[in-house]
Design a protein around this ligand. Structure first.
Ligand code: PLP
Length: 401
Protein backbone atom coordinates (compact mmCIF):
# COMPACT_ATOMS: atom_id res chain seq x y z
CA UNK A 1 0.00 0.00 0.00
CA UNK A 2 1.28 3.46 -0.85
CA UNK A 3 1.74 5.49 2.34
CA UNK A 4 0.31 8.66 0.76
CA UNK A 5 1.73 12.17 1.00
CA UNK A 6 3.47 13.18 4.23
CA UNK A 7 2.11 15.98 6.34
CA UNK A 8 4.63 18.21 8.12
CA UNK A 9 1.92 20.51 9.35
CA UNK A 10 3.06 20.44 12.98
CA UNK A 11 1.72 22.63 15.78
CA UNK A 12 5.29 23.83 16.43
CA UNK A 13 5.65 24.94 12.80
CA UNK A 14 2.44 27.00 13.21
CA UNK A 15 4.03 29.01 16.01
CA UNK A 16 2.50 27.48 19.15
CA UNK A 17 4.68 28.72 22.03
CA UNK A 18 5.97 25.63 23.83
CA UNK A 19 6.17 26.04 27.62
CA UNK A 20 5.72 22.40 28.65
CA UNK A 21 9.38 21.38 28.81
CA UNK A 22 8.80 19.24 31.93
CA UNK A 23 6.78 16.88 29.71
CA UNK A 24 9.42 16.65 27.01
CA UNK A 25 11.89 18.83 25.12
CA UNK A 26 12.67 19.50 21.49
CA UNK A 27 15.71 17.55 20.27
CA UNK A 28 18.78 19.77 19.84
CA UNK A 29 19.71 19.99 16.12
CA UNK A 30 23.29 18.94 17.02
CA UNK A 31 21.83 15.81 18.61
CA UNK A 32 19.74 15.18 15.50
CA UNK A 33 22.92 15.28 13.36
CA UNK A 34 24.58 12.62 15.52
CA UNK A 35 21.44 10.48 15.43
CA UNK A 36 21.27 10.76 11.65
CA UNK A 37 24.82 9.41 11.47
CA UNK A 38 23.80 6.51 13.71
CA UNK A 39 20.80 5.76 11.48
CA UNK A 40 22.61 5.92 8.17
CA UNK A 41 26.31 5.18 8.82
CA UNK A 42 26.62 3.29 12.12
CA UNK A 43 23.60 1.11 11.39
CA UNK A 44 25.07 -2.24 12.45
CA UNK A 45 23.78 -4.45 15.23
CA UNK A 46 25.95 -3.69 18.28
CA UNK A 47 25.52 -7.23 19.64
CA UNK A 48 27.40 -8.65 16.65
CA UNK A 49 31.03 -7.55 16.75
CA UNK A 50 32.13 -10.33 14.38
CA UNK A 51 32.37 -7.85 11.50
CA UNK A 52 33.37 -4.22 11.14
CA UNK A 53 29.83 -2.88 10.69
CA UNK A 54 28.51 -4.43 13.94
CA UNK A 55 31.73 -3.51 15.75
CA UNK A 56 31.33 0.07 14.57
CA UNK A 57 27.83 0.30 16.13
CA UNK A 58 29.09 -1.32 19.34
CA UNK A 59 31.91 1.23 19.53
CA UNK A 60 29.38 4.03 19.05
CA UNK A 61 27.39 2.66 22.02
CA UNK A 62 30.60 2.45 24.11
CA UNK A 63 31.53 6.05 23.23
CA UNK A 64 28.11 7.30 24.29
CA UNK A 65 28.22 5.25 27.48
CA UNK A 66 31.35 7.31 28.23
CA UNK A 67 29.52 10.60 27.54
CA UNK A 68 26.64 9.62 29.85
CA UNK A 69 29.14 8.54 32.54
CA UNK A 70 31.15 11.78 32.33
CA UNK A 71 27.91 13.78 32.56
CA UNK A 72 27.14 12.38 36.05
CA UNK A 73 30.79 11.74 37.08
CA UNK A 74 30.49 7.95 36.95
CA UNK A 75 32.49 5.21 35.23
CA UNK A 76 31.15 4.22 31.82
CA UNK A 77 30.79 0.63 33.01
CA UNK A 78 28.26 1.80 35.62
CA UNK A 79 25.94 3.18 32.92
CA UNK A 80 23.10 0.85 31.91
CA UNK A 81 20.84 1.88 29.04
CA UNK A 82 17.05 1.48 29.07
CA UNK A 83 14.28 2.50 26.71
CA UNK A 84 12.76 4.96 29.21
CA UNK A 85 13.13 6.06 32.81
CA UNK A 86 9.79 4.39 33.55
CA UNK A 87 11.23 1.02 32.47
CA UNK A 88 14.53 1.58 34.31
CA UNK A 89 12.75 2.52 37.55
CA UNK A 90 10.28 -0.36 37.29
CA UNK A 91 12.88 -3.04 36.64
CA UNK A 92 15.34 -1.73 39.22
CA UNK A 93 12.85 -1.42 42.08
CA UNK A 94 11.15 -4.73 41.30
CA UNK A 95 14.50 -6.51 41.05
CA UNK A 96 15.74 -5.04 44.35
CA UNK A 97 12.52 -6.06 46.13
CA UNK A 98 12.58 -9.58 44.63
CA UNK A 99 16.25 -10.26 45.26
CA UNK A 100 16.57 -8.77 48.73
CA UNK A 101 16.23 -12.13 50.44
CA UNK A 102 14.29 -10.35 53.19
CA UNK A 103 10.84 -11.43 54.23
CA UNK A 104 9.70 -7.90 53.68
CA UNK A 105 11.82 -5.40 51.80
CA UNK A 106 11.13 -1.93 53.24
CA UNK A 107 10.90 0.96 50.80
CA UNK A 108 10.32 4.61 51.69
CA UNK A 109 9.56 7.29 49.13
CA UNK A 110 8.45 10.89 49.14
CA UNK A 111 4.74 11.29 48.52
CA UNK A 112 5.47 13.54 45.52
CA UNK A 113 7.43 11.02 43.44
CA UNK A 114 6.52 10.65 39.78
CA UNK A 115 3.72 8.15 38.99
CA UNK A 116 6.42 6.01 37.28
CA UNK A 117 7.71 5.22 40.80
CA UNK A 118 4.46 5.36 42.77
CA UNK A 119 2.88 2.77 40.44
CA UNK A 120 5.75 0.29 40.91
CA UNK A 121 5.67 0.82 44.66
CA UNK A 122 1.99 0.00 44.84
CA UNK A 123 2.58 -3.09 42.68
CA UNK A 124 5.46 -4.49 44.76
CA UNK A 125 3.44 -3.78 47.86
CA UNK A 126 0.34 -5.53 46.44
CA UNK A 127 2.46 -8.53 45.43
CA UNK A 128 3.81 -8.77 48.99
CA UNK A 129 7.39 -8.11 47.80
CA UNK A 130 7.83 -4.95 49.87
CA UNK A 131 6.27 -2.72 52.45
CA UNK A 132 6.08 0.91 51.41
CA UNK A 133 6.09 4.08 53.53
CA UNK A 134 5.35 7.45 51.93
CA UNK A 135 7.02 10.50 53.45
CA UNK A 136 4.96 13.66 53.70
CA UNK A 137 6.06 17.00 52.25
CA UNK A 138 5.26 20.57 53.30
CA UNK A 139 3.28 23.25 51.41
CA UNK A 140 6.29 23.88 49.13
CA UNK A 141 6.82 20.14 48.42
CA UNK A 142 9.96 20.12 50.61
CA UNK A 143 10.82 16.99 52.63
CA UNK A 144 11.37 17.36 56.34
CA UNK A 145 14.62 15.66 57.39
CA UNK A 146 12.93 14.73 60.69
CA UNK A 147 10.24 12.83 58.79
CA UNK A 148 12.97 11.04 56.82
CA UNK A 149 14.77 10.13 60.06
CA UNK A 150 11.53 8.74 61.49
CA UNK A 151 11.24 6.43 58.48
CA UNK A 152 14.81 5.24 58.98
CA UNK A 153 14.13 4.65 62.68
CA UNK A 154 11.16 2.43 61.72
CA UNK A 155 13.40 0.44 59.33
CA UNK A 156 14.13 1.12 55.68
CA UNK A 157 16.13 -0.75 53.02
CA UNK A 158 15.63 1.59 50.07
CA UNK A 159 14.85 5.31 49.98
CA UNK A 160 13.40 6.59 46.66
CA UNK A 161 13.60 10.35 46.18
CA UNK A 162 13.55 12.50 43.09
CA UNK A 163 16.35 15.04 42.57
CA UNK A 164 13.75 17.63 41.60
CA UNK A 165 9.99 17.60 41.34
CA UNK A 166 8.39 17.36 37.90
CA UNK A 167 5.46 19.63 38.74
CA UNK A 168 6.63 22.41 41.07
CA UNK A 169 10.37 22.11 40.39
CA UNK A 170 11.40 21.80 44.07
CA UNK A 171 15.00 20.55 44.39
CA UNK A 172 15.79 17.91 47.06
CA UNK A 173 19.01 17.70 49.14
CA UNK A 174 20.19 14.40 47.65
CA UNK A 175 23.72 14.44 49.12
CA UNK A 176 22.30 14.93 52.63
CA UNK A 177 19.61 12.29 52.11
CA UNK A 178 22.14 9.77 50.74
CA UNK A 179 24.42 10.29 53.76
CA UNK A 180 21.50 9.76 56.15
CA UNK A 181 20.31 6.68 54.22
CA UNK A 182 23.76 5.10 54.38
CA UNK A 183 24.06 5.84 58.11
CA UNK A 184 20.78 3.93 58.52
CA UNK A 185 22.10 1.03 56.37
CA UNK A 186 19.67 1.84 53.57
CA UNK A 187 20.36 2.41 49.89
CA UNK A 188 19.10 5.42 47.93
CA UNK A 189 17.55 5.47 44.46
CA UNK A 190 17.30 8.88 42.84
CA UNK A 191 14.97 9.78 39.98
CA UNK A 192 16.90 12.60 38.27
CA UNK A 193 14.66 12.89 35.19
CA UNK A 194 13.83 16.56 35.72
CA UNK A 195 17.16 17.53 37.24
CA UNK A 196 19.33 16.16 34.42
CA UNK A 197 20.31 18.99 32.10
CA UNK A 198 19.16 21.60 34.63
CA UNK A 199 21.26 20.90 37.72
CA UNK A 200 24.84 19.61 38.08
CA UNK A 201 24.71 15.89 38.91
CA UNK A 202 27.74 14.28 40.55
CA UNK A 203 27.23 10.70 41.63
CA UNK A 204 30.62 10.51 43.33
CA UNK A 205 29.74 13.53 45.45
CA UNK A 206 26.08 12.65 46.01
CA UNK A 207 26.91 8.99 46.77
CA UNK A 208 23.69 7.67 45.30
CA UNK A 209 23.33 3.92 44.84
CA UNK A 210 20.98 4.07 41.85
CA UNK A 211 20.37 7.09 39.63
CA UNK A 212 17.93 7.19 36.71
CA UNK A 213 17.40 9.86 34.06
CA UNK A 214 15.94 10.15 30.61
CA UNK A 215 17.21 11.66 27.34
CA UNK A 216 13.99 13.32 26.22
CA UNK A 217 13.88 15.73 29.17
CA UNK A 218 17.26 17.22 28.21
CA UNK A 219 16.99 17.91 24.47
CA UNK A 220 17.74 14.31 23.58
CA UNK A 221 15.45 11.81 21.87
CA UNK A 222 12.66 9.65 23.25
CA UNK A 223 13.63 5.99 23.61
CA UNK A 224 16.79 6.27 25.73
CA UNK A 225 17.36 6.53 29.47
CA UNK A 226 20.06 5.38 31.89
CA UNK A 227 20.37 3.67 35.22
CA UNK A 228 23.74 4.52 36.74
CA UNK A 229 24.92 2.25 39.54
CA UNK A 230 28.06 0.62 40.88
CA UNK A 231 26.04 -1.63 43.17
CA UNK A 232 26.79 -5.37 43.34
CA UNK A 233 23.43 -5.78 41.49
CA UNK A 234 24.84 -3.93 38.49
CA UNK A 235 25.50 -6.97 36.29
CA UNK A 236 22.07 -8.46 36.93
CA UNK A 237 20.44 -5.08 36.24
CA UNK A 238 22.44 -4.74 33.00
CA UNK A 239 21.18 -8.19 32.03
CA UNK A 240 17.57 -7.16 32.75
CA UNK A 241 17.68 -3.73 31.12
CA UNK A 242 20.04 -4.20 28.17
CA UNK A 243 20.64 -7.85 27.33
CA UNK A 244 17.09 -9.12 27.87
CA UNK A 245 15.48 -6.20 26.04
CA UNK A 246 16.44 -6.96 22.44
CA UNK A 247 18.66 -4.96 20.12
CA UNK A 248 19.88 -1.70 21.63
CA UNK A 249 18.33 1.46 20.18
CA UNK A 250 21.65 2.77 18.84
CA UNK A 251 20.38 6.05 17.31
CA UNK A 252 18.56 6.99 20.56
CA UNK A 253 21.63 6.05 22.64
CA UNK A 254 23.86 8.12 20.32
CA UNK A 255 21.47 11.07 20.72
CA UNK A 256 21.36 10.61 24.49
CA UNK A 257 25.17 10.54 24.70
CA UNK A 258 25.44 13.68 22.59
CA UNK A 259 22.81 15.48 24.71
CA UNK A 260 24.86 14.56 27.81
CA UNK A 261 28.13 15.66 26.18
CA UNK A 262 26.63 19.03 25.21
CA UNK A 263 25.08 19.51 28.64
CA UNK A 264 28.42 18.73 30.34
CA UNK A 265 29.91 21.62 28.32
CA UNK A 266 27.03 24.10 28.49
CA UNK A 267 25.18 23.54 31.79
CA UNK A 268 26.11 26.74 33.72
CA UNK A 269 25.33 29.00 30.77
CA UNK A 270 22.11 27.08 30.02
CA UNK A 271 20.90 27.38 33.65
CA UNK A 272 21.51 31.15 33.71
CA UNK A 273 19.58 31.57 30.47
CA UNK A 274 16.67 29.41 31.71
CA UNK A 275 16.44 31.27 35.04
CA UNK A 276 16.44 34.66 33.29
CA UNK A 277 13.60 33.60 30.96
CA UNK A 278 11.62 32.01 33.79
CA UNK A 279 12.04 35.07 36.03
CA UNK A 280 10.96 37.36 33.20
CA UNK A 281 7.81 35.29 32.70
CA UNK A 282 7.12 35.16 36.45
CA UNK A 283 7.42 38.91 36.94
CA UNK A 284 5.28 39.68 33.87
CA UNK A 285 2.54 37.28 34.98
CA UNK A 286 2.61 38.68 38.53
CA UNK A 287 2.18 42.17 37.07
CA UNK A 288 -0.60 41.21 34.64
CA UNK A 289 -2.67 38.81 36.73
CA UNK A 290 -4.14 39.98 40.06
CA UNK A 291 -4.10 37.32 42.85
CA UNK A 292 -1.63 35.08 40.99
CA UNK A 293 0.21 32.69 43.33
CA UNK A 294 3.64 31.18 42.68
CA UNK A 295 3.76 27.63 44.09
CA UNK A 296 6.73 25.60 45.35
CA UNK A 297 9.98 26.65 46.98
CA UNK A 298 11.28 29.66 45.06
CA UNK A 299 14.69 29.43 46.75
CA UNK A 300 15.21 25.74 45.78
CA UNK A 301 13.69 25.47 42.34
CA UNK A 302 14.81 24.17 38.93
CA UNK A 303 15.93 27.12 36.79
CA UNK A 304 13.36 26.50 34.04
CA UNK A 305 10.37 25.77 36.34
CA UNK A 306 7.46 28.04 37.11
CA UNK A 307 4.38 26.70 38.85
CA UNK A 308 1.50 29.12 39.37
CA UNK A 309 -2.13 29.17 40.44
CA UNK A 310 -4.75 31.59 39.20
CA UNK A 311 -7.60 31.17 41.69
CA UNK A 312 -11.09 31.15 40.10
CA UNK A 313 -9.61 30.33 36.68
CA UNK A 314 -9.77 26.55 36.18
CA UNK A 315 -6.51 25.47 34.56
CA UNK A 316 -8.20 23.05 32.15
CA UNK A 317 -10.32 25.92 30.76
CA UNK A 318 -7.28 28.14 30.36
CA UNK A 319 -5.20 25.41 28.72
CA UNK A 320 -8.03 24.62 26.30
CA UNK A 321 -8.45 28.31 25.44
CA UNK A 322 -4.76 28.55 24.57
CA UNK A 323 -4.65 25.17 22.78
CA UNK A 324 -3.32 26.60 19.49
CA UNK A 325 -1.25 29.41 20.96
CA UNK A 326 0.61 28.37 24.13
CA UNK A 327 1.35 24.79 25.24
CA UNK A 328 0.94 24.58 29.03
CA UNK A 329 0.10 21.83 31.47
CA UNK A 330 -1.86 21.41 34.67
CA UNK A 331 0.35 18.60 35.98
CA UNK A 332 2.36 15.51 35.08
CA UNK A 333 1.83 14.44 31.44
CA UNK A 334 0.36 11.11 32.49
CA UNK A 335 -2.12 12.89 34.75
CA UNK A 336 -3.17 15.71 32.43
CA UNK A 337 -6.39 14.94 30.69
CA UNK A 338 -7.70 12.96 33.67
CA UNK A 339 -10.09 14.31 36.32
CA UNK A 340 -7.66 13.44 39.10
CA UNK A 341 -6.20 16.43 40.94
CA UNK A 342 -2.40 16.40 40.98
CA UNK A 343 -1.09 14.12 43.75
CA UNK A 344 1.79 16.58 44.22
CA UNK A 345 -0.45 19.57 44.90
CA UNK A 346 -2.69 17.41 47.09
CA UNK A 347 0.35 16.24 49.09
CA UNK A 348 1.35 19.91 49.48
CA UNK A 349 -2.15 20.46 50.95
CA UNK A 350 -2.87 23.44 48.72
CA UNK A 351 -6.42 24.78 49.00
CA UNK A 352 -8.78 23.56 46.23
CA UNK A 353 -8.97 26.89 44.33
CA UNK A 354 -5.16 26.85 44.16
CA UNK A 355 -5.18 23.27 42.83
CA UNK A 356 -7.98 23.94 40.34
CA UNK A 357 -6.16 26.97 38.95
CA UNK A 358 -2.69 25.38 38.83
CA UNK A 359 -0.45 25.69 35.77
CA UNK A 360 2.85 23.90 35.30
CA UNK A 361 5.18 25.92 33.09
CA UNK A 362 8.73 25.18 31.97
CA UNK A 363 10.79 27.23 29.56
CA UNK A 364 13.21 25.45 27.24
CA UNK A 365 16.54 26.00 25.54
CA UNK A 366 14.80 27.23 22.38
CA UNK A 367 12.41 29.64 24.17
CA UNK A 368 12.90 33.31 23.22
CA UNK A 369 12.16 36.51 25.14
CA UNK A 370 9.67 37.43 22.40
CA UNK A 371 7.82 34.20 23.14
CA UNK A 372 7.92 34.89 26.90
CA UNK A 373 6.41 38.34 26.39
CA UNK A 374 3.74 37.04 24.00
CA UNK A 375 2.90 34.09 26.25
CA UNK A 376 2.46 36.29 29.33
CA UNK A 377 -0.01 38.52 27.44
CA UNK A 378 -1.88 35.48 26.08
CA UNK A 379 -2.12 33.75 29.48
CA UNK A 380 -3.26 36.96 31.19
CA UNK A 381 -5.79 37.64 28.40
CA UNK A 382 -7.23 34.13 28.57
CA UNK A 383 -7.47 34.31 32.38
CA UNK A 384 -9.32 37.65 32.17
CA UNK A 385 -11.73 36.24 29.53
CA UNK A 386 -12.51 33.20 31.67
CA UNK A 387 -13.10 35.34 34.76
CA UNK A 388 -15.46 37.56 32.80
CA UNK A 389 -17.38 34.58 31.37
CA UNK A 390 -17.67 33.06 34.86
CA UNK A 391 -18.96 36.35 36.23
CA UNK A 392 -21.49 36.73 33.39
CA UNK A 393 -22.84 33.22 33.88
CA UNK A 394 -22.99 33.75 37.66
CA UNK A 395 -25.00 36.97 37.11
CA UNK A 396 -27.35 35.16 34.72
CA UNK A 397 -27.82 32.39 37.27
CA UNK A 398 -28.51 34.90 40.09
CA UNK A 399 -30.96 36.76 37.86
CA UNK A 400 -32.81 33.56 36.95
CA UNK A 401 -33.13 32.35 40.53
N1 PLP B 1 10.41 10.62 36.57
C1 PLP B 1 10.13 11.92 36.42
C2 PLP B 1 10.43 12.87 37.54
C3 PLP B 1 9.59 12.38 35.22
O1 PLP B 1 9.31 13.66 35.08
C4 PLP B 1 9.31 11.45 34.20
C5 PLP B 1 8.65 11.86 32.95
O2 PLP B 1 7.73 12.66 32.95
C6 PLP B 1 9.63 10.09 34.42
C7 PLP B 1 10.17 9.72 35.62
C8 PLP B 1 9.40 9.06 33.34
O3 PLP B 1 10.35 9.26 32.30
P1 PLP B 1 10.19 8.52 30.89
O4 PLP B 1 9.30 9.39 30.06
O5 PLP B 1 11.59 8.43 30.34
O6 PLP B 1 9.62 7.19 31.15
Amino acid sequence: MHPGPRSDNSAASKGVIYLDNHATTRVDPRVVRVMLGALTEHFGNPSDRSHAIGDDAARLVDRNREHVGVFVNADAEDVIFASSATVALRKTITHLARSSGRKSFRIAASSVEHPAILKVLSEVSRQGLASVALIEVDHAACLSLNAVERVFADGCDLLCVMAANNEVGTIYPIKELAARAHRADAEILVDACQAAGHLPIDIADWQTDYLVFSAHKMNGPKGAAALVTSSPERLRLRQLLENDSGTLNVPAIAGFGEACRLSSLELPEHCLKMAALRDRLQSRLLRLIPRLIVNGDQSQRLPHSLHISIPSVPSEALIARLFNRVALSSGAACQSGTDQPSHVLTAMRLPSPQIDGALRIAVGSDTTTTEIDAASELIAGAAADILQLTKASQNAHDYAS
